[in-house]
Write a protein that binds this ligand. Structure first.
Ligand code: F6P
Length: 506
């Protein structure tokens, strides 16, 4: 069925961006939409400008037909109803319930968990665990990328506790955190949905050893566990009173809103964390209740599908023109590539087209002086998202922020306009797409809405492709082989054997 919708999409004329703007004087009104992430009086809004993409009325209508064919409304309703939307693992995906939007029982349970988390955060701030100046947060993937991003984005003006997020099994990562912490005033957060992940458990053991070797008598008393597997945490040695659980139905890469957000709440204080949840909830309600092009995550997914499927773009670029959002591309890489980097549909049939592009990016203006050459003149067309904020994050001469934003907008304009030249090396083809998300300010609410927007965009893309975005079996084989190597009893290919021998592992 979706074949017919795709055939139609493929048959539509592909106008250039200049032609699209020339043909429709209302283009900006149609494709650039303001969204309020909170109280409109409080600079909590953000603009989503998709006008410099090649979406037009004909494509939008055809994508809306595709969405209908793929039962977008039904799958979205199932997501919010807490139905099983992850069939390969027989699970719901209830990250929105963490924000208060979803199945009633799940919303209540999440509120209960949050209530307890708030109490523990506030108790620690008041001194319940003695003096806590530093927090080493140990987790990996979804248990680390969100906290690292949120703290970097929101706690630059001074954190209530100095947080270090450590993910890599490479001991250099943990040592770098140790070097910045005083063991006498350091607590640990061990974050793992499963509480079995080798990197996290090994790092946690080493952090306990470090505390013990540096005079802390009861290092286990300094741990808070953030997990959907409390039994595993208890067995590992964490006291039940310091386990902050979350539901199995919250996926790892969707878990920042759950107790995995504990270090964020420790750094910002509970009221800001609650604002962050509220900003995401505003986006949830928008995504749940809005149809067609007006639905911002769905609109973005139309653009994503257009470029991946109709223009053969293999990557998409994300450039944050804001130092505070420098970790956003890393976060989105996991969200989008782990969710939609699949080759089969939710029913297990092979997909008849490309799935998730490679998400990559960086921070502006740095990236302009490093990789933008390819964006402007390379043979790969890279649809780009620019993300910036009107209010500066710094207190320096306003020239800094003015130049930052001017450069951001200049890049979008240049990509679209291009420039002719008699000298081919100096010619810019133009007609290169970009979208811009412009926040009023980087606040907990706008940041929450921004992340929730990307979660829903990822889901909408998955629905349009017929994919289950909530499993990630592709990560398992490498883990299994690493375990076999640890055991030392399996023979591998000659190249791997030689590498193991050279490194003295086998
Ligand atoms: O290996 C991938 C993965 O399972 C991610 O999906 C997850 O976010 C990460 O590992 C960490 O898992 P856990 O939170 O269970 O330690």
């Amino acid at each position: 069925m979706s074949k017919a919708a795709w055939n139609k999409l493929e048959s539509l004329p592909k106008l250039s961006l200049k032609e699209l703007f020339a043909a429709d004087s209302g283009r900006l009104d149609t494709f650039a939409t303001r969204f309020e992430a909170g109280d409109p009086e409080a600079a909590c809004g953000m603009l989503f400008d998709w006008s410099k993409t090649h979406l037009d009325a004909a494509h939008v209508a055809a994508f809306e037909e595709l969405a209908e064919t793929m039962n977008f409304a039904g799958r979205r309703a199932a997501l919010f109803a807490g139905e099983i939307v992850n069939p390969t693992e027989g699970r719901a995906a209830e990250h929105t319930a963490q924000r208060g939007v979803g199945k009633e029982e799940s919303v209540e349970l999440a509120a209960e968990y949050h209530h307890r988390m708030a109490a523990i955060v506030e108790a620690i701030h008041r001194g319940a665990m003695g003096e806590v100046k530093h927090l080493i947060h140990i987790g990996i993937g979804g248990s680390a990328l969100g906290p690292a991003l949120a703290i970097d984005a929101l706690a630059r003006d001074g954190a209530m506790v100095d947080v270090h997020v450590v993910s890599n099994i490479d001991g250099c990562a943990l040592e770098a955190a140790f070097a910045k912490c005083d063991p006498a005033t350091t607590m640990l957060a061990v974050a793992s949905k499963t509480f079995t992940t080798i990197e996290t458990m090994t790092n946690a053991e080493s952090a306990i050893t470090w505390l013990r070797e540096n005079g802390v008598e009861d290092p286990y008393g300094r741990i808070v566990a953030l997990t959907a597997a409390p039994d595993n945490a208890i067995e590992w040695g964490v006291d039940e009173t310091r386990i902050l659980p979350f539901s199995e139905s919250v996926g790892g890469r969707y878990s920042l809103w759950s107790s995995i957000g504990f270090p964020v709440a420790m750094a910002l204080g509970w009221p800001d964390f609650a604002e962050f949840l509220n900003g995401a909830a505003a986006m949830d309600v928008h995504f749940r209740d809005t149809d067609g092009l007006a639905n911002l995550p769905l609109r973005a997914a139309f653009g994503d599908q257009y470029y991946t499927r109709l223009r053969g773009c293999q990557t998409r670029g994300v450039f944050a023109y804001d130092e505070r959002l420098a970790l956003l591309p890393d976060y989105l890489q996991q969200l989008e590539m782990e969710s939609n980097g699949k080759s089969v549909t939710a029913d297990g049939a092979p997909i008849d087209g490309p799935t998730a592009p490679i998400t990559w990016g960086g921070v502006g203006t740095d990236a302009q002086h490093a990789v933008f050459q390819l964006l402007h003149q390379g043979t790969n067309i890279v649809p780009v998202d620019f993300i910036a904020a009107i209010a500066p994050g710094d207190d320096l001469n306003p020239a800094h922020h003015r130049i930052l934003l001017s450069n951001c907008f200049a890049q979008g304009a240049a990509l679209m306009a291009g420039k002719e030249s008699d000298d081919p090396a100096r010619a810019y083809p133009g007609d290169r797409p970009s979208a811009t998300i412009l926040l009023d300010e980087v606040s907990p609410a706008t940041f929450g809405a921004l992340i929730a927007f990307h979660e829903h965009r990822t889901f909408a893309n998955a629905v349009l492709m017929g994919i289950n975005p909530f499993d990630q079996f592709g990560v398992e084989l490498g883990k299994e082989i690493a375990k076999q190597i640890e055991k030392g009893d399996t023979a591998f290919d000659p190249s791997t054997e030689a590498l193991l021998a050279l490194a003295g592992i086998k």
